[in-house]
Design a protein around this ligand. Structure first.
Ligand code: NAD
Length: 484
């Protein structure tokens, strides 16, 4: 079956006439469908449609914008099982997580429907009598929404819902290996009755579609989620024409364990946050920093949880870890396993025990745990984006903080401690966008989400902070004349 782009309210074949196969990473022989492999001409059409639609949609009243989002949320709820199945089939995560992703997308969409009503203006006093001064938040314009593959439903919705709430129009570009979820979303957008051109979908490669969108003179802003390398290229390209960016990038998120009694509970939280989506989450806990005196006990607990995790296709009963999304991701994880083996690190749980022939049986890699990892090892420094968890042992809180902050990234962190003073010490000094105390890195659907350093730039997404990206400020000074 072939799937086309969605431009100006209609399904449209790509100008190239080409389609790319989308496969199931649990069964690489299984082709799920052929998806439009687009080029600059398709981007031009989609941007023209978004630009034309913006002329009317920018003044659409909040109840209309909220109504569209609430209808979309209703339809996602109606089709939640179908959406979750599409996520499992093209991305590989387990069904329970896919269902959670859809529920989260619905919650974010509903919150943003409310935000449509809350976009406010602020009044200022005047130094001259009779002048009324109001700063309005106005829609930014047509925006490009570029998503990665790891959350193929929630990430496009996290971008699309605020775009609509704040009165922008949009061109969505999903990752080329997970386009199906976006096609399904575009079907629901169509059914929800969005005016033609308000939301457009163009599928294809990073350079042939993503870069053309980023460079397009009629795109006022680019909301991008993906790797730091691609994000910094987008920042550079957007800077040349002073387009706005919102960048949500990679992470190397520490779990710091210091003077915490419930090590079993900490291990459960850490393993869950480390291995969900097979470790392919920007906020995955991807290094453990533990006080030497608690390290043996924590590693024992972590090893027990890790060994017990069930690696299987996402639909299998009790499955906790599905396949890596692609052969590239699988090979990347295998490379880091080799690096760990040649390091001085101690391999405690070897995720390769579950690896079969990836070309026939899928890109499965079980969870792996390394202990006594050196602070400058690639395992401790790089974003692996897979189920490989390094443990680093430290002498005191100061050393833990120094290692945590030595990362180029600054997305999220978890701190497990029974001492409130220590929790405060880390919460105030960790260089990152989000700190979680005594639980894993789980965010909520109405709270600002983002990172600092190499983890992000621009307004935080989710919640009211998204307004900072999707709106511009317009100040109106009005001199009131006395009536004659
Ligand atoms: P990626 O950077 O390779 O691709 C992301 C998207 O950008 C895809 O749609 C891709 O086609 C497109 N793209 C590629 N080259 C482009 C270019 N030159 N111009 C414009 N667009 C281009 O990332 P990925 O491999 O899909 O995703 C994994 C990365 O995403 C990880 O680093 C992860 O940490 C990050 N991520 C971050 C967050 C966050 O919120 N901070 C969330 C999820 C994923």
């Amino acid at each position: 079956m072939t799937f086309d782009n969605y431009i100006n309210g209609a399904w449209q074949a790509p100008s190239t006439g080409r389609y790319a196969a989308n496969i199931n990473p649990a069964r690489p022989q299984h082709v799920l469908g052929e998806f439009a492999d687009s080029a600059a001409a398709d981007v031009d059409q989609a941007v023209a449609a978004a630009r034309q639609a913006f002329a009317g949609f920018r003044t659409a009243p909040p109840p209309q914008r909220a109504g569209l989002l609430n209808r979309l949320a209703d339809l996602m709820e109606r089709d939640r099982d179908q959406l979750a199945h599409v996520i499992v089939k093209e991305m590989g995560k387990v069904l329970a997580e896919a269902r959670g992703e859809v529920a989260r997308a619905v919650a974010e969409c509903r919150f943003m429907a409310g935000e449509a009503h809350r976009v406010g203006s602020s009044g200022y006093s005047s130094e001259r009598p009779g002048i009324d001064i109001v700063a309005h938040r106005v829609p930014l314009g047509p925006v490009a929404l570029i998503s990665p593959w790891n959350f193929p439903v929630v990430t496009p919705i996290r971008k699309l819902a605020p775009a609509i709430a704040y009165g922008c129009t949009a061109v969505m570009k999903p990752a080329s290996i997970t386009p199906w979820s976006s096609v399904k979303l575009a079907e629901l957008i169509d059914e929800a009755g969005f005016p033609a051109g308000v939301v457009n979908l163009v599928m294809g490669g990073g350079r042939s579609v993503g870069q053309v969108l980023t460079d397009h003179p009629d795109i006022a802003g680019v909301s991008f989620t993906g790797s730091t390398e691609t994000g910094s290229g987008i920042y550079e390209a957007a800077a040349k024409r002073l387009a706005r960016v919102q960048l949500e990038l990679g992470g190397k998120n520490p779990a710091i364990v210091m003077r915490y009694a419930d090590l079993k509970g900490a291990a459960r939280e850490i393993a869950s946050a480390a291995f969900q989506a097979a470790g392919q989450r920007c906020t995955a806990l991807s290094r453990v920093i533990v006080l030497e005196s608690q390290a043996d006990a924590l590693v024992e607990e972590l090893a027990a949880v890790t060994r017990a995790m069930k690696v299987a296709e996402g639909f299998a009963e009790g499955a906790q870890i599905g396949p890596m999304v692609s052969r590239d991701q699988f090979d990347r994880v295998m490379r880091y396993m080799e690096i760990g083996r040649s390091d001085k690190a101690k391999l405690v749980v070897d995720g390769r025990s579950t690896v079969n022939d990836p070309d026939t049986d899928g890109y499965f890699h079980g969870p792996a745990l390394f202990d006594q990892v050196e602070r400058d090892s690639p395992l401790a420094v790089d974003e692996i984006f897979g189920p490989v968890l390094p443990v680093l042992r430290v002498a005191d809180p100061a050393e833990a903080l120094a290692i945590a902050n030595s990362s180029a990234y600054g997305l999220a962190a978890s701190v497990f401690t029974d001492e409130p003073g220590l929790a405060g010490f880390f919460a105030s000094r960790l260089e990152c966008g989000m700190v979680h105390v005594n639980h894993g890195t789980a965010s909520q659907p109405h709270v600002p989400f983002g990172g600092v350093k190499n983890s992000g730039e621009g307004a935080y997404s989710i919640g009211p902070s998204a307004c900072g990206f999707y709106t511009a400020t317009k100040v109106v000074y009005r001199l009131d004349r006395m009536p004659d």
